[in-house]
Design a protein around this ligand. Structure first.
Ligand code: H2U
Ligand code: ZN
Length: 351
């Protein structure tokens, strides 16, 4: 099947990072984009919410109080999924029921003291401060001998399980490398050993040559819809410079990262004039003290919205039982995102 047929016939695409396939059924959506006009969500959110457990000075559910913070604020999750001291646990010899103790810690990061803002409405300096906090957490947690992986992520919007509109993310750090980053690590290592070069450097080079999946770019970063994307408006934010972790950014790269994340957030929010829900996360090398020359750090955004603020993608039926599937192709979605104006967040536009 040739390139032009990608938008006509069912086919499957290979995910280079996970080694899995996704079924693409573009013939189901051959009609042109409907161009729905959304009613912009202008729900008023206060700058400070006395009942918010993340606002400065407020009491948290766990009983602690937040300081009157002015910069990104990090605290240990009061309901952490991972705990520091877990007694060893071993399944009985010969048993099929395998279990192992897992130790670690979970933290929450408040991006801003302002309850009503998100990256799309924050200045570059304030988003850079969040990136600096992510770097510090990665380095500090990663330097602990019992922590071998640090997962930084964010759930945005209640449909993604986010508990509170206050801009915040999470950090889970533990002893073993979790399933998905481990799989990505294996794929990158195999490629590196076979070809002697980095998988994502090679992939990025190829994508820059065929720009139909590019969404936005600056001197240091590129946002694209990966060829193998499963979620409709899923994007991959790739640094142009090969590095295995986020901790080594230059000052210029830091500002460029903040700037592109701001524009991506505005783009997502402006697409359907809503607070665009997603789960995003940073994938980088394990923190076990070993060298990982094959690892190219990156950020995934997985949004569930399909054609409007109310039509969502669900992973059910065939997807739960067989494999992931999508109708709208990566190319169609990239084009949709590319034409969204990102000079101004829709909430800041005069009505
Ligand atoms: P989510 O919005 O992605 O659920 O993240 C919020 C986290 O904040 C969640 O993991 C924690 C929850 O356990 N939390 C506290 O640590 N303290 C609180 O007072 C409430 C919520
Ligand atoms: Zn708040």
């Amino acid at each position: 099947m040739n390139h032009p047929d990608y938008d006509r016939f069912p086919h499957r695409r290979f995910n280079l990072l996970t080694g899995e396939w996704v079924l693409v059924s573009p013939h189901r959506t051959q009609r042109p984009w409907q161009g729905q006009t959304e009613v912009p969500d202008r729900t008023v959110v206060a700058e400070f919410d006395p009942s918010c457990y993340l606002c400065p000075g407020n009491l948290r559910a766990g009983g602690a109080s937040n300081p009157d913070y002015r910069e990104p604020y990090v605290f240990t999750n009061d309901f952490a999924a991972l705990l520091a001291d877990v007694p060893p646990c071993k399944a009985q010899e010969g048993s099929l029921l395998r279990a192992e103790a897992e130790s670690g810690t979970c933290r929450v990061i408040c991006y801003s003291p302002r309850h009503d803002l998100s990256f799309g409405q924050m200045p570059v300096a304030d988003v850079s401060a969040v990136v600096r906090a992510w770097q510090n957490e990665y380095v500090e947690l990663g330097s602990k001998p019992q922590i071998n992986h640090v997962q930084i992520f964010e759930n945005r919007g209640s449909i993604m399980g986010c508990s509170n509109p206050h801009p915040h993310g999470q950090i889970w750090a533990n002893a073993t490398v979790p399933t998905l980053p481990a799989r990505e690590g294996r794929q990158q290592k195999t490629f590196f050993e076979e070809k002697g070069t980095c998988l994502l450097c090679a992939y990025l080079e190829e994508e820059l040559y065929h720009p139909e999946r590019l969404v936005m770019a600056n001197d240091h970063f590129v946002v694209l819809i990966p060829f193998w994307a499963t979620w409709p408006f899923e994007t991959l934010l790739l640094p142009r410079r090969h590095d295995s972790r986020i901790s080594e950014l230059t000052g210029e790269e830091m500002a460029a990262l903040a700037d592109i994340m701001i524009h991506l957030n505005i783009c997502y929010d402006n697409l359907f004039a809503t607070t665009f829900p997603y789960s995003m996360g940073i994938h980088q090398q394990p923190t076990d003290g070993l060298e990982y020359p094959e690892w190219h750090w990156h950020i995934h955004y997985f949004p569930p919205l399909l054609r409007s603020a109310s039509v969502k993608k669900h992973m059910v039926g065939y997807e739960m039982l067989a494999m992931p599937q999508r109708d709208l192709t990566a190319e169609v979605c990239a084009e949709r995102l590319r034409v969204v104006p990102t000079d101004c967040h829709y909430r800041e536009r005069p009505q």
